[in-house]
Write a protein that binds this ligand. Structure first.
Ligand code: BGC
Ligand code: BGC
Length: 625
C-alpha cells in the first residue's frame, strides 16, 4: 500500500523537475516560472488531510484542466476500460455491472483488480483517486462466498429498521473487504404494481416503509464516511420507478406532481436527512419526460428544495435514452448535465461521453460553473471517504466476507421476514421430534432461486451458485434425529405415512425488465403439479412461497393447510426453518397488499379493492400475541 504512494511522489517530483528544466531551456524563464508555479503537489493544500474538505476541493479544482474535470464526471464499466485508460483519460470512476466480476471471482481477485484501477488513477498528474461502485443490493452479491441477505421486500416485512441498519453495516464491511468504497444501494422504490420485475427491490408499497428503512444508509455510511468500514450509499432510483403504468420497467409514471411527491418522494427526503452521499437517477419517465433530463426534478426539487449536497449519478446508459434516439448524442449529454446529473454512468460509451461533453462546454452550452459544481460534489465525497489518504483496498475487512457473524445476522433477518398467511388447525409450527416430513418443490433446495436476481450474475441463476444453506438443508438441520425428512423436488414417492408435506415453490430468478409479468401471476404448471401430487397422497400441505412478490394463489389456497411467504431469503435458508419449527415466532407483516386476482393489479392499500390479504397482515402462532 505504501509502495505506490512513494512511487507516485517520486514520479511527480521527476515530472516537475523535467518540466522546469524544459522551460528553462526554452525560454530561460526559470525564475519567473518557479515564482508563479503552483505549490508542488506533495505540499499542496488538497494533499493535506488536516485542511478542511472544502479547502482541499477548492485547491484541487483550481489545478484541474477541462480534461481532468471531464474525466471526474465519467464512470466506465470494468470490462470496457483498461487501467491505462484511467490514466490517459483521467477517468474518475469505474463500476461493476450486475455480475461483472474478475476471474476467479474471489475477494482477493476483486481487491487486486480494485488496486490495479486505483494505481492507474493515481498515476495521473494530480493523482486523484477513482471511486469504484458496485450493486451490493442484498449483501455483496456479485462475490462468490459473500453473505446474501434477503432482498428488500423481505427486509420491509421485518418492520425492523434497526436490524436493517446492522445489515447495511455488515454489507459495507464485506464490500470494503474487496476494496470498494461505493454501493449503488439502497433502492428506495415504492413498488405500486407487482407486475414490475423490480418489486422485490422495494421495501414496500407505502412510502413510510422505505423511508423507515433508510436506516440501511446509516449502516452503510457508518458514523462517518471516513470510517474504514463505511461505504458511500446511493439512494435509487430517483424518482417514481415503482409507479410506472402497468408496472413496466423503465416505463412512464403518470401522476400529478402532488401524487409523485406524496408517494415516491418521501424515501428520498429521508435518505437526504440521513446524509446519503449519492443519488441515482431512474430510467423511468414522469408524464412522458425522462428523469435523466428532468431539470425541475433533479435540480430544483432534489438539490435546491431538498438540499441534497452529494452527487447525482445517472443509471446504466440512462443518459442515452433522453432524446429517444438510440446512441449517445450531444443533446443527451447536454440535457443530462444541465438537468443536474453530476456523474455519468456510461459503461461502454465513456470516450464518446467525454468528447461530446467537451464540445458542449467549449460551445458554452454547458457552463463551466455547472461542470465545476459537478466536480466539486464528486471530489467532496472522495475526500470525505478518505480516498486520498487510503486509496487502496484495506484487506483486513476481507475476513468479514461470508463470516459466521454476518450469516447469523442474515439468518435472523430471514426469520423476521417470514410472513405467515394461513395456518389451518395450527399445523405450524412443525414438531421437530418424532415427525415424518416430506419436502418438495422447485425452490426447496436451490440457493440460486432463494437468492433471486442480482446474485453472482445480474439475472441470478439456478443451483449452488454460491455457498449457503438451502431451505431443505435448514429443515434437515432443524429436526431431531427421531424425525425423518424425505425430499423429492417433484413430490414423487410421497405417501399417506407422512404427517406433513412442505412444498417450497414460487418464482425463478430475474432482474429488472426480465422480471416484468404482464400476463399471469400464478404458480408454474410444475409447481402446481407437485402440490397436487402431495395432496393426492392425502398429506396436509404447507406451502412456502419463495418469490419476489405476491402471486395469484387465491384459487389454490383453500387446498393448502398453511402458507408462509418467504420472499427471497438469500443464502441463509435456516431462517425459514426457524419459523417452520417455531424456534422463531412469525413476526413478519406484509409490506405489500396481496392480490386476490391478477385483474386487480395494481392493488394497493386504501384503493378500495378487496385483497386476499391486506397490507400489514401476518399471523402469529397460537398462543402468541
Ligand atoms: C440498474 C441500477 C444499477 C445499474 C448498475 C442498472 O441497470 O437499474 O439499479 O445500479 O444498472 O448495475
Ligand atoms: C449489467 C447490469 C445493468 C444492465 C442494464 C447488464 O448487462 O450487468 O448491471 O443493470 O445491463 O441493462
Amino acid at each position: 500500500m505504501r509502495t505506490p504512494r512513494r512511487f507516485r511522489f517520486r514520479r511527480t517530483t521527476r515530472m516537475l523537475l523535467g518540466g522546469l528544466t524544459a522551460a528553462a531551456l526554452v525560454a530561460g524563464l526559470i525564475v519567473t516560472l518557479s515564482a508563479s508555479a503552483p505549490t508542488p503537489q506533495a505540499a499542496a493544500t488538497y494533499r493535506d488531510p488536516h485542511q478542511p474538505v472544502e479547502a482541499r476541493v477548492a485547491d484541487l479544482l483550481g489545478r484541474m484542466s477541462l480534461d481532468d474535470k471531464l474525466g471526474q464526471l465519467t464512470q466506465a464499466e470494468r470490462a470496457s476500460v483498461n487501467p491505462a485508460d484511467l490514466t490517459s483519460y483521467r477517468i474518475g470512476s469505474v463500476l461493476s455491472g450486475g455480475g461483472s466480476a474478475p476471474t476467479p471471482n474471489t475477494p482477493t481477485a476483486w481487491a487486486d483488480m480494485y488496486d490495479r484501477f486505483q494505481g492507474a488513477a493515481l498515476a495521473t498528474p494530480l493523482g486523484i483517486p477513482m471511486i469504484y461502485g458496485v450493486d451490493a443490493v442484498h449483501g455483496h452479491n456479485n462475490v462468490v462466498g459473500a453473505t446474501i441477505f434477503p432482498h428488500n421486500i423481505g427486509l420491509g416485512a421485518t418492520g425492523n429498521p434497526e436490524l436493517v441498519e446492522r445489515i447495511g453495516r455488515a454489507t459495507a464491511a464485506e464490500v470494503r473487504g474487496t476494496g470498494i468504497p461505493w454501493n449503488f444501494a439502497p433502492c428506495l422504490c415504492v413498488a405500486r404494481n407487482d407486475r414490475w420485475g423490480r418489486t422485490y427491490e422495494s421495501f414496500g408499497e407505502h412510502p413510510d416503509l422505505p423511508s423507515a428503512m433508510t436506516s440501511v444508509i446509516s449502516g452503510m455510511q457508518g458514523p462517518s464516511l471516513a470510517d474504514p468500514g463505511a461505504v458511500l450509499a446511493t439512494a435509487k432510483h430517483y424518482v417514481g420507478d415503482g409507479g410506472t403504468v402497468g408496472g413496466v420497467d423503465q416505463g412512464d409514471t403518470r401522476l400529478s406532481e402532488a401524487e409523485l411527491r406524496r408517494i415516491h418522494l418521501p424515501p428520498f427526503r429521508a435518505a437526504i436527512e440521513r446524509g446519503v452521499g449519492s443519488i441515482m437517477i431512474s430510467f423511468n419517465s414522469w408524464n412522458g419526460t425522462k428523469l435523466h433530463g428532468h431539470r425541475h426534478l433533479v435540480t430544483d426539487v432534489l438539490k435546491t428544495e431538498l438540499g441534497f449536497t452529494g452527487f447525482v449519478v445517472s443509471d446504466w446508459n440512462g443518459i442515452d435514452q433522453i432524446d429517444g434516439v438510440p446512441g449517445l448524442s450531444a443533446a443527451d449529454v447536454r440535457q443530462a448535465v444541465n438537468a443536474g446529473v453530476d456523474m455519468a454512468m456510461v459503461p461502454t460509451e465513456w470516450r464518446r461521453f467525454i468528447d461530446l461533453l467537451r464540445v458542449e462546454v467549449r460551445a458554452g452550452r454547458v457552463t463551466t460553473a455547472r461542470i465545476d459544481d459537478a466536480v466539486r460534489r464528486i471530489l467532496t465525497k472522495k475526500f470525505e471517504l478518505g480516498l486520498f489518504e487510503r486509496p487502496y483496498a484495506d484487506r483486513s475487512y476481507a475476513a468479514t466476507i461470508g463470516s459466521a457473524g454476518h450469516r447469523a445476522l442474515a439468518r435472523q433477518a430471514v426469520a423476521e421476514s417470514q410472513v405467515l398467511l394461513k395456518n389451518a388447525d395450527g399445523i405450524l409450527p412443525l414438531d421437530p421430534a418424532n415427525n415424518l416430513i416430506f419436502v418438495a418443490g422447485t425452490n426447496a433446495d436451490d440457493i440460486g432461486h432463494q437468492s433471486g436476481g442480482w446474485t453472482i450474475s445480474w439475472q441470478g441463476g439456478s443451483g449452488a451458485i454460491t455457498p449457503g444453506t438451502s431451505v431443505l438443508a435448514g429443515i434437515r438441520a432443524a429436526v431431531d434425529p427421531s424425525s425423518t425428512v424425505t425430499y423429492d423436488p417433484a413430490g414423487h414417492g410421497v405417501d399417506s405415512s407422512y404427517r406433513v408435506a412442505v412444498a417450497v415453490v414460487g418464482e425463478g430468478p430475474y432482474a429488472e425488465g426480465a422480471g416484468d409479468r404482464p400476463g399471469a401471476m400464478g404458480l408454474s404448471g410444475t409447481d402446481l403439479a407437485t402440490i397436487d401430487r402431495l395432496r393426492a397422497a392425502g398429506v396436509p400441505v404447507v406451502v412456502v412461497l419463495v418469490s419476489g412478490r405476491p402471486l395469484d394463489i387465491a384459487g389454490q389456497l383453500p387446498d393448502w393447510q398453511a402458507l408462509l411467504a418467504a420472499w427471497l431469503p438469500g443464502t441463509e435458508g435456516d431462517g425459514v426453518a426457524d419459523v417452520l419449527f417455531g424456534a422463531h415466532q412469525p413476526t413478519g407483516r406484509l409490506p405489500v397488499t396481496w392480490l386476490a386476482s391478477a385483474s386487480q393489479l395494481p392493488i394497493n392499500d386504501g384503493d378500495g379493492q378487496t385483497p386476499l390479504f391486506p397490507y400489514g397482515f401476518g399471523l402469529s402462532y397460537p398462543g402468541q400475541p
